[in-house]
Design a protein around this ligand. Structure first.
Ligand code: ATP
Ligand code: FE2
Length: 339
């Protein structure tokens, strides 16, 4: 069984081809560079329409289209216009190849490709990206959302802050570089400025932190630098993420933590989580970069797992699901005795 997966929920277009044995035959993505004011959903959708064609041509130079047995696409969650283009591409491809189609959940895709490409077997997953901030765990036959943001995603928080100070996109990368330059006069660490730290039960909130950080960056009193604000924004946000992950470990009793999503590229976030995992005596895993951010292979792999275990999607049921949560997925591929 060979599955072609189409990813296109927001700003990245991905095509991946995966075999039943979990071998990735092709995996490539193209990112849409948003204008200064941020993602315009309609333009992101136009970008998907152009780039799916390019990626599919390239994919079929590597793998014969006749070898594809199944087409999987990201059905949600995500931006409506992007999802619509992705679903349309999936239907067109399935019909022209005369193969079955399957719609899959993007968030669960991140977890499953992480399990395929790291030693993690049943991890507590912290999924941090431009559009998502969630802690996911398989509990009681379902992937449950153990904790999440009440407002904006962490990547969005970093990108909005960067944009407000004229830093390029993707902001998280540039904030990380700036943060490393912040220096406290007395100690060998950054100059921490107090910013709001908002945890609500197992959830967190980031919009107050964003507003306060932007305000600090515009404060020209000369007491701090932009590097200090970047450092403090990271320290505060990542400490919040680490705290709820630690609490989620206590609730779920998992023995592994996995970090996925575009923000997983951040060294400081990894360092904080690694330290917490050492203290809690649990393993910590981060998939390699191409499987951390959005990618087609994760959609193809989840398609295989679900299809092999009996899930079928009728063409009439391939409508997009912009609010498709991980806990709405009927999990048929995990043997509960293993967990
Ligand atoms: P999703 O559709 O899953 O929400 P996405 O479209 O946001 O994903 P990703 O590649 O998963 O795409 O994540 C992009 C985000 O990752 C951006 O917000 C970007 O600023 C952030 N990011 C990338 N590198 C770093 C880094 N080194 N430190 C912090 N954030 C980073
Ligand atoms: Fe994602």
């Amino acid at each position: 069984l060979i599955c072609l997966g189409l990813e296109g929920t927001a700003e990245k277009t991905g095509v991946g081809i995966v075999t039943e044995d979990g071998e990735v035959l092709y995996n490539n993505t193209i990112i849409y560079k948003p204008p200064l004011q941020g993602i315009n959903p309609r333009e992101a959708a136009d970008h998907h329409a152009e780039t799916f064609i390019k990626l599919l041509k390239d994919a079929f130079n590597n793998v014969n289209p006749k070898d594809i047995d199944l087409v999987a696409f990201s059905q949600g969650p995500g931006l409506g216009p992007s999802l619509r283009v992705t679903a349309t591409a999936g239907r067109a491809l399935a019909l022209s190849l005369n193969k079955p189609i399957i719609g899959v959940n993007h968030c669960v895709g991140h977890v499953e490709i992480g399990k395929l490409t790291t030693p993690a077997k049943d991890p507590l997953t912290l999924y941090v990206s431009g559009g998502n901030t969630q802690i996911l765990a398989y509990v009681g036959n379902k992937y449950r959302v153990i904790g999440e943001t009440h407002d904006i995603a962490i990547g969005n928080c970093l990108d909005q802050f960067a944009r407000s100070c004229g830093l390029p996109h993707p902001g998280g990368v540039y904030i990380e570089q700036m943060a490393k330059k912040s220096k406290d006069n007395l100690e060998n660490r950054g100059n921490y400025l107090k910013l709001p730290y908002t945890i609500k039960g197992m959830d967190l909130s980031l919009s107050g932190l964003l507003t306060a950080a932007i305000k600090k960056s515009k404060d020209t009193s000369g007491n701090h630098t932009l590097e200090d604000v970047c450092y403090s924004l990271q320290e505060t946000a990542f400490a919040m993420l680490t705290e709820i992950t630690e609490r989620a470990l206590a609730h779920t009793n998992k023995s592994e933590v996995m970090l996925v999503g575009g923000v997983a590229a951040n060294d400081r976030l990894k360092e904080m989580l690694q330290k917490m995992c050492n203290e809690q005596n649990v393993d910590f895993y981060v998939p390699e970069k191409q499987y951390c951010g959005d990618n087609g292979a994760m959609i193809g792999w989840l398609g295989i797992l679900q299809y092999k275990n009996g899930k079928r999607t009728d063409l009439a049921d391939t409508k997009i699901m912009p609010n498709y949560r991980a806990d709405m997925v009927g999990v048929n591929w995990i043997n509960n005795e293993d967990n």
